[in-house]
Design a protein around this ligand. Structure first.
Ligand SMILES: Cc1ncc(COP(=O)(O)O)c(C=O)c1O
Length: 463
């Protein structure tokens, strides 16, 4: 910490926060007596709180966001320069960083050609849903309007994004929801014993075939799109089983269903490739991304499409209703693409994709060693620096561990100065997965420090 804040200043900040700020995703009653946490500064993998306590951040800003780490002056510089030159103009016009970042981004996404800017993951997904609805209206008399989403996946916080959530605790109490969203089963092989008819072998193909069953039940002529996370994040860090994605692609092609991949978490390096779907040879029609696009240095999200999808919106220029009549005010902010360009340069110049793959494997080994030692770890999952440990009460029955244990482990690590995550208010009775997503700059020492803290925390929580 640079020590610019005196303890008097900081206590005034804490006071203002406690009186006036409504924090995200947290019960505030404890703040009537205790202090809310305020993060004051960050550098590399480290952050400092209001008491000057140092923490190693194993979750990139809490929610898989700060991919290139904290304190990147070069990003601050390009954003400053861009803001001084032109901060904003509505997205009906272009901007220099908007054009340059779109070109750079699409060079990493063969087959995709168009980028639509917005400012959050939820919003990018809403844009994709709107495309599907408008295509249905333009081409299919409104019939092919249904959007399929998967059990345990999450696509955002707005009411329509929650209509597409496979996480019941996220959605509970916020309905009624937008009609036309239909759930398909999850593909978590570790929990296949809870799925009727799941086979001992070829689970991936079976799980994909469950999607086809839903399509046939609903009527393929009513289904416009399938929206999936490449690796499910907040629903428990679920890497897809072998054979899954090939079959999903076949099914989409067979029934003329658009494949929308939500890369809000996996996108821009998190799993060791630019995008999560690139591990699986998938050809999406639409891809949405947000968090790591500018590593949280500016708010930006993107909806990327193929030229085929784009072309459907310029087919009849004489019809004033035929183009995509959508706007995102802050999608016109230039700070986002300026920061995103520099973010991508850093990932390239510092070989962070390679580091993510290597450190991800190192961390997987460490977590497997913890699983050998602690029977509470039922399964270790993930790819690159996007990893999870599912905790169980019993390894044989795979009964989920009580979420209070997961929370105790997270709390113990925090005490030790290491910030880890756990699935949180997502799945009833199944908020039992510890989550790890250190910045892509993580070293072996950082990873050892994280897993050593988890080891100590589990030892105490299960004593
Ligand atoms: C997979 C996925 N999609 C979409 C979102 C929503 O993004 P945002 O919070 O930026 O709206 C999230 C947020 O965690 C996410 O994990």
């Amino acid at each position: 910490m640079d020590g610019n804040f005196s303890s008097n200043d900081i206590s005034a900040v804490v006071d203002a926060d406690r009186k006036h700020v409504w924090h995200h995703l947290i019960q505030h009653k404890p703040f009537e007596t205790g202090e809310p946490r305020i993060i004051v500064e960050g550098k590399g993998m480290l952050v400092w709180d209001q008491n000057g306590k140092e923490h190693l951040d194993a979750v990139s800003g809490g929610v898989w966001t700060v991919n290139v780490g904290y304190g990147r002056e070069s990003i601050a510089d390009v954003v400053r320069d861009q803001l001084a030159k032109l901060n904003y103009f509505a997205g009906s016009a272009g901007s220099i960083p908007g054009a340059l970042f779109a070109e750079k981004l699409l060079s990493k996404m063969p087959g995709m050609t168009r980028c639509y800017y917005a400012n959050s993951g939820s919003e990018a997904n809403e844009k994709a849903f709107k495309l599907v609805r408008q295509i249905a209206a333009k081409r299919y008399g409104g019939k092919k309007h249904k959007i399929l989403y998967r059990d345990r996946d999450y696509h955002g916080t707005t009411i329509t994004a929650l209509s597409a959530t496979g996480q019941d605790e996220r959605a509970a109490q916020y309905g009624p929801f937008t009609p036309g969203f239909v759930r398909v089963p999850h593909c978590l092989e570790y929990r296949k014993h809870e799925q009727d008819g799941a086979p001992a072998e070829n689970y991936g193909e079976w799980a994909a075939n469950q999607i086809e069953e839903v399509i046939l039940r609903e009527g393929p002529e009513t289904v416009g799109a399938l929206c999936l996370e490449p690796i499910t994040a907040g629903g428990g860090v679920i890497t897809p089983p072998d054979g899954y994605w090939e079959r999903v692609q076949e099914i989409c092609t067979k029934y003329d269903i658009l494949l929308h991949i939500d890369e809000v978490v996996c996108g821009v390096g998190r799993t060791g490739t630019w995008f999560g779907y690139q591990h699986y040879g998938i050809k999406p029609d639409m891809v949405t991304m947000a968090k790591g696009v500018a590593s949280g240095y500016a708010a930006i999200s993107c909806l990327v499409t193929t030229e085929e999808v784009f072309d459907m919106f310029k087919d009849d220029p004489s019809d004033p209703m035929s183009y995509f009549r959508d706007i995102s005010t802050f999608g016109g902010c230039t700070a986002g693409p300026a920061a995103a360009l520099e973010n991508m340069r850093i990932i390239e110049d510092e070989n962070l994709l390679e580091n993510t793959t290597a450190m991800g494997e190192y961390m997987l080994d460490n977590l497997h060693a913890l699983a050998d030692k602690h029977p509470i770890i039922g399964q270790v999952r993930g790819k690159g620096l996007f990893l999870g440990c599912e905790l169980v009460a019993d390894r044989t029955t795979r009964e989920p561990a009580n979420e209070k244990i997961a929370q105790a482990i997270v709390g113990d690590c925090m005490q030790q100065g290491v910030i880890i995550g756990a699935t949180n208010r997502s799945l009833p009775g199944k908020n039992n997965t510890l989550c790890f997503s250190p910045a892509l700059i993580a070293t072996k020492d950082d990873i050892d420090n994280i897993t050593n803290a988890v080891d100590a925390a589990i030892t105490r929580a299960t004593a």
